[in-house]
Design a protein. Structure first.
Length: 216
């Protein structure tokens, strides 16, 4: 990818999370990491209004290289993801309502009944609380990234990582859909859980087809 493509990829994902009502005017951030540079949404700019020219560029230490605006206040979170997971090239952080409700409750998104949830994610973990915009928010990121490409930030929001901005955005959207479905399910009376044998079959499928183990 060239620099312009990186900027456009960030804008695309930022527009999508706004369109899908996964952020409000000031919430959320998106970045792409390529060739030692991080392209990230600026602080305090509505995602719907972003253009490629507005994207801020930093190095992997957080030093701003390009852009007249200020990098997102969650730049440290993004840098920590890239440090912990060299295979990741994009981070999408949202405040999507249903996933964020789980985050505020400090409850992982998990189920013994929803087959798609079990197959693709098993459990979406919660990273320990750290104040937004401070180094403390990164303290538990390494742990949860070892388990999952999607996770919750306690009392804050949701994060998805991927090979590119579209991949990360789609995972963020998937996480929100799962959280919404499980919330509605619990409102109407709760789960009809799979049997132990049925669960083990799903875990075997997850391992054999996706190469993924259980999330602790």
């Amino acid at each position: 990818m060239n620099p312009q493509q990186c900027r456009e990829a960030v804008v695309y994902a930022a527009h999508k999370i706004y369109e899908r009502q996964m952020v409000n005017t000031n919430e959320g951030n998106v970045s792409v990491c390529y060739d030692g540079r991080v392209y990230i949404t600026p602080s305090q700019v509505c995602k719907e209004l972003l253009t490629p020219e507005m994207i801020v560029v930093t190095d992997l230490e957080g030093k701003q290289l390009e852009g007249t605006g200020k990098a997102s206040s969650e730049l440290l979170l993004h840098l920590e993801v890239y440090r912990c997971r060299p295979d990741v090239h994009s981070v999408v952080h949202t405040h999507s309502p249903f996933a964020t409700a789980f985050a505020i409750a400090r409850k992982p998104i998990e189920t013994k009944a929803y087959t798609e949830m079990i197959y693709f994610y098993d459990k979406i973990p919660v990273a320990a609380y750290g104040a937004p915009g401070t180094p403390a928010i990164t303290a538990d990121v390494g742990r949860v990234l070892k388990m999952s490409d999607v996770f919750l930030l306690a009392n804050h929001g949701a994060v998805a990582v991927g090979k590119d901005a579209t991949d990360a955005y789609l995972k963020a959207e998937s996480m929100e859909s799962l959280a919404k479905t499980l919330t509605i399910n619990r409102i109407i009376g709760g789960e009809a859980p799979l049997s132990d044998e049925e669960l083990e079959f799903m875990y075997r499928q997850r391992k054999e087809k996706l190469g993924l183990g259980r999330v602790e």
